[in-house]
Design a protein around this ligand. Structure first.
Ligand code: TRP
Length: 362
């Protein structure tokens, strides 16, 4: 286990590196997020059940061939902070594109969701800090539309921060945060709801599933909605491969740190002994399939101990970490068709790098 002060020192060294490339401003910003985050708590060991599940998933993933780790575990408090830094980084274009849509096209978005048709529940899957949806929420509040906002996220920490922030920014907002995985939380929410709904699934999070999983996910989502309910889904479009690769292989090394942080989390919470410096982040993008994948590569032959089990890694062996699928228009219409939704509108950023699609349940 890494003592916390060593960890802080390592992080600070790392932030100085960012300083050299991007100037003091950027450094202070990221440092601030980190320190603020660190102040809240250093270790977030959830309840025993969650920890058990974490242990089982990690063990199973590392014993399978090829080895893999489940990306939902990226988001401990350090992971949250690094993720926020990724979203602000100049190389990561996705957030800027989608933010532009939410800021500049709010009225069209609201119109596509038929906001004049009475009270609505806005359910956001993987809400994070809601930096994009807040523009829609503010618009609805200003128009005095009755709505409830239900952010769902795997990170209880980010939901606490979000709830505080939103209550300040939009006084009187009805907000009902739900911690957990997408479908468990959706079940809880839809079971007790009688209101019409729009499910927001932004940030191209749909791309973090393999193609068939994504289709299955959207089919299940469709089954949980009533005819006439909406889904608002963000897709990152296929584009210049260098642009895409640069977003995940950023100059500041944030995505690398984000991936390696999961090994640190496994050490801290599950008592494993990953030597983090013996793993390297590797990203690739395949312009044919549109798959952009993250791996951690073992630098050497090595043994990692977890739970009394020794897990052998050979030199250059990859751990499959995550996919960020990119989409063509054809890919998107296939997905809508396979899941039973009707496409009712699409909003693009100026560069046409990203699209927010509005789909309606049949
Ligand atoms: N869904 C976004 C994407 O695929 C955000 C994201 C998820 C992400 N995991 C990530 C961004 C890992 C960078 C690295 O881009």
């Amino acid at each position: 286990m890494l003592p916390v002060d060593v960890y802080i020192n390592r992080r600070q060294a790392y932030l100085v590196l960012i300083d050299n490339r991007y100037g003091l401003d950027k450094m202070l910003k990221i440092n601030h997020i980190y320190l603020e985050n660190h102040h809240i708590s250093t270790t977030q060991v959830g309840n025993a059940e969650l920890l058990d599940q974490f242990r089982r998933d990690v063990t199973r993933g590392l014993l399978s061939q090829p080895k893999r780790l489940d990306a939902k575990y990226f988001y401990d408090e350090n992971g949250d902070a690094l993720f926020q830094a990724i979203m602000k980084s100049p190389d990561y274009y996705l957030t800027d594109c989608e933010l532009e849509i939410f800021k500049d096209r709010t009225a069209q978005l609201a119109q596509l969701l038929h906001i004049d048709q009475g009270p609505i529940e806005l359910i956001e899957l993987g809400a994070g800090d809601a930096s994009k949806s807040i523009h829609l929420l503010r618009y609805l509040a200003n128009k005095q539309i009755r709505f409830r906002y239900i952010p769902i996220d795997i990170s209880a920490h980010i939901l606490r921060v979000l709830s505080q922030e939103l209550s300040q920014q939009i006084p009187g907002i009805q907000i009902q945060p739900e911690t957990g995985e997408y479908f468990d939380s959706l079940h809880r929410v839809t079971a007790k709801s009688t209101c019409r709904k729009a499910v927001l699934f932004l940030g191209s999070n749909i791309g973090n599933m393999e193609k068939n999983q994504a289709a299955q996910f959207l089919r299940r989502l469709h089954q949980m909605l009533q005819p006439g309910d909406f889904a608002l889904i963000g897709f990152d479009l296929k584009k210049n491969p260098q642009t895409i690769l640069r977003a995940y292989q950023d100059r500041a090394g944030l995505t690398s740190a984000f991936n390696l942080n999961l090994l640190q989390r496994i050490n801290r919470e599950l008592g494993a002994d990953f030597e983090v410096k013996k793993f390297q982040h590797f990203q690739n993008y395949d312009p044919l399939s549109g798959a952009c994948r993250s791996f951690l590569i073992s630098v050497d032959d090595q043994l990692v101990h977890l739970n009394g089990i020794s897990i052998p890694f050979s030199a250059n062996e990859p751990i499959d970490m995550e996919i960020s699928q990119k989409f063509s228009h054809r890919d998107i219409s296939d997905l809508a068709f396979r899941s039973g939704f009707r496409r009712v509108g699409a909003l693009y950023d100026q560069k046409q790098w990203f699209v927010d699609e509005v789909w309606r349940a049949k």
